[in-house]
Design a protein around this ligand. Structure first.
Ligand code: NAD
Length: 481
C-alpha cells in the first residue's frame, strides 16, 4: 500500500466522511497479488442513510439552473484533472490496466464524458412546446448507481455526470474489487463544494448495498452496469417499487471483415481491440468474421499480432496487456479456453500456459482460437479475457446472421468500403457499430439491444435516463396557449 489515498475507513454521505458499519477488506493488486489498499464497507443501514441524504438534497439540486450545474461539472472535471496522476496510479493498482491505457482510456475517457456533459448542459432542451402543451423534462430524483470493476472510473462518470446534469442526486456503489478510484471522485466533489447529499459514496457488497439500492423506495432510478445475471436480478428486485432500471450489460460483439476490406489492417485492429484491458471490455470485438477465402491470411495475421502484444507489469510503459482482475476471473477464462480445445478448437495463439516469466499475477496469454462452431460456448458467451474467436463465413448474408446470432447486442465493427460497411451496419442488432475503426465519440449514445441491456448512456441520451416527462396542458385562449 504505497499511497495514503488507498486506505479508506470512511464513506461519503451528505457531504461528510462518516465511519461506516461494515467490515474492512483488502483490495488486491491483480499484478502483484499483494494488498493494494483497504476499504471499510457500508452496510445497508449506511446506504439507507446515504439515500436519505440524497433525498434531502434532491429538491435544492433540482431547482438549480443548467448553467449552475454545468459550472459545477466543469469544476469537478478540473478537480479530477488535479488528481490525474493519483487516478492513473489507482487504476493501474486496482484494475491492473497498463499505465498508458489507464491514462488514455480509464481516466481520459472518464474526463471526456464529464466534460461533454458540462458543455452540453447549458443548451439542453429541458422544455418544449407541443401545440397547447408545455412539456417539461424534470429530474427523476435519487439515482442509485451500481458499477462494475473493468472501467470503474469511466462507468461511474457515465452515470454520475448525466445524473447530476439532469438535476438528480446520486448514491454510488462501486464494485467490491475496484472501489478506490471512486473515492477520488468523492474527494473531488468535496473539494469543489458540491452541495451536501448531491453525491454520496457507499462501497459494499452487491448482495447487501446493491440490493438495498435496488429495492429502497427512496431510490427513483437504478442505473446498473454489470453482468446479465445480476442485471436481471436488479430489475426483478426493483420491480417491487416500480422504479426505473437502466441496464448496461455484457456483449459478444462481432467484427465483420467484408470481402473488399484491407484484411490485414482489419484483423490487426480487431486483435488489438480484444486485448485492450486484457479483454475485460464489454464492447470488445470478441468474434472475428472473415470470408472463407481469407481465413488463412486472417489466421496468420491474428497469430502474428497476438504474439506482438507485450504481457507484463502494468506499470511499465511498453506493456500492452496487464493481468485479468482476479484469480477467479483467470480461472474462468482458462476454463473457456480449455473447454474450447476439448471441443476440438484450433489454437492459433496463446493458450492456458502462464505467459513467460510471469509466475505471479493473474496473467493470461493473448489467445486466438478457430475451428469452432458459431454455437459453441466460447463463441456465444462473454469470456471477459484476452480471447478472440475467428469464424469464417460464405457470404454477407451469412456474416450478418452469424453476427446477430447471440443473445447479446452491444457493439460491433464492419470493415470494407464505407458504403457497403454502412449497409451492413444497418443490419446489425447492436447499439453501436464502428465502421473501419472510426474513433470513439463521447457524445454518441452507448447501450445494448437484446440481453446487452435496455438503456443508453452518453450524450443527450444519457441525460434522458434520469428525466421524467411532464405534460402541462394550458387552456387555449384567443387561439393560442
Ligand atoms: P457484476 O454483475 O458481478 O457486478 C456489477 C455490480 O453489481 C457490482 O458493483 C456488484 O457489487 C453489484 N452486484 C452484485 N450482486 C448484486 C446484487 N445482488 N444486487 C445488486 N448489485 C449487485 O459484474 P462485474 O463482474 O463487476 O462486471 C463485469 C460485467 O459487466 C460484464 O458482464 C461486462 O460485460 C459488464 N459490463 C457492461 C458494460 C456496458 O456498458 N454494457 C460496461 C462494462 C461492463
Amino acid at each position: 500500500m504505497s499511497r495514503p489515498e488507498w486506505v479508506r475507513d470512511r464513506v461519503y454521505i451528505g457531504g461528510s466522511w462518516v465511519p461506516p458499519h461494515g467490515e474492512t477488506y483488502e483490495v488486491e493488486n491483480p499484478a502483484t497479488e499483494q494488498v493494494a489498499g483497504t476499504v471499510r464497507t457500508a452496510t445497508p443501514a449506511d446506504a439507507a442513510a446515504a439515500i436519505d441524504a440524497a433525498k434531502r438534497a434532491s429538491a435544492g439540486w433540482a431547482s438549480t439552473t443548467p448553467q449552475f450545474r454545468s459550472d459545477l461539472l466543469h469544476a469537478l472535471s478540473a478537480a479530477l484533472r488535479e488528481r490525474v496522476e493519483l487516478l492513473v496510479e489507482t487504476l493501474v493498482a486496482e484494475v491492473g490496466t497498463p499505465v498508458q491505457l489507464a491514462r488514455s482510456s480509464q481516466v481520459g475517457q472518464a474526463l471526456a464524458v464529464l466534460d461533454s456533459y458540462a458543455e452540453l448542459l447549458p443548451a439542453f432542451a429541458f422544455e418544449e412546446q407541443v401545440l397547447h402543451t408545455r412539456v417539461l423534462r424534470e429530474p427523476a430524483g435519487v439515482v442509485g448507481a451500481i458499477t462494475p470493476w473493468n472501467y470503474p472510473l469511466y462507468q461511474l462518470m457515465a452515470k454520475v455526470a448525466p445524473a447530476l446534469a439532469a438535476g438528480c442526486t446520486v448514491v454510488a456503489k462501486p464494485a467490491e474489487l475496484t472501489p478506490l478510484s471512486a473515492f477520488v471522485v468523492a474527494d473531488a466533489a468535496e473539494a469543489i463544494g458540491l452541495p451536501p447529499g448531491v453525491f454520496n459514496l457507499v462501497p459494499g457488497p452487491g448482495s447487501e448495498v446493491g440490493e438495498l439500492l435496488s429495492t429502497h423506495p427512496g431510490v427513483d432510478v437504478v442505473s446498473f452496469t454489470g453482468s446479465v445475471r445480476v442485471g436481471r436480478h436488479v430489475a426483478s428486485m426493483a420491480s417491487t417499487t416500480v422504479k426505473r432500471v437502466c441496464l448496461e450489460l455484457g456483449g459478444k460483439s462481432a467484427s465483420i471483415v467484408l470481402p473488399d476490406a484491407a484484411i490485414e489492417h482489419a484483423v490487426s485492429a480487431t486483435v488489438s481491440n480484444v486485448m485492450v484491458n486484457s479483454g475485460q471490455t464489454c464492447a470488445a470485438w470478441t468474434r472475428l468474421l472473415v470470408p472463407y477465402s481469407e481465413l488463412d491470411t486472417a489466421l496468420a495475421t491474428a497469430e502474428a499480432v497476438a504474439h506482438k502484444h507485450v504481457v507484463g507489469d502494468p506499470r511499465e510503459i511498453d506493456t500492452d496487456l496487464g493481468p485479468v482482475i482476479s484469480a477467479a476471473q483467470r480461472g474462468s477464462v482458462l476454463d473457456y479456453i480449455d473447454g474450447a480445445l476439448a471441443d476440438g478448437a484450433d489454437l492459433v495463439a496463446g493458450g492456458t500456459e502462464r505467459p513467460d516469466g510471469l509466475e505471479t499475477g493473474h496473467y493470461v496469454r493473448p489467445t486466438v482460437l478457430t475451428g469452432l462452431s458459431p454455437q459453441s460456448r466460447i463463441a456465444q458467451e462473454e469470456v471477459f479475457g484476452p480471447v478472440l474467436v475467428v469464424l469464417p463465413y460464405s457470404d454477407i448474408d451469412e456474416a450478418v446472421t452469424l453476427a446477430n446470432a447471440t443473445s447479446y447486442g452491444l457493439a460491433g465493427a464492419v470493415w470494407g468500403s464505407d458504403a457497403q460497411a454502412f449497409a451492413v451496419a444497418r443490419r446489425l442488432r447492436t447499439g453501436r457499430v464502428d465502421v473501419n475503426g472510426a474513433d470513439w465519440n463521447p457524445s454518441a449514445p452507448f447501450g445494448g439491444y437484446k440481453q446487452s441491456g435496455n438503456g443508453r448512456e452518453l450524450g443527450r441520451w444519457g441525460i434522458d435516463e434520469f428525466l421524467e416527462v411532464k405534460a402541462v396542458q394550458m387552456p387555449v385562449s384567443n387561439g393560442s396557449p
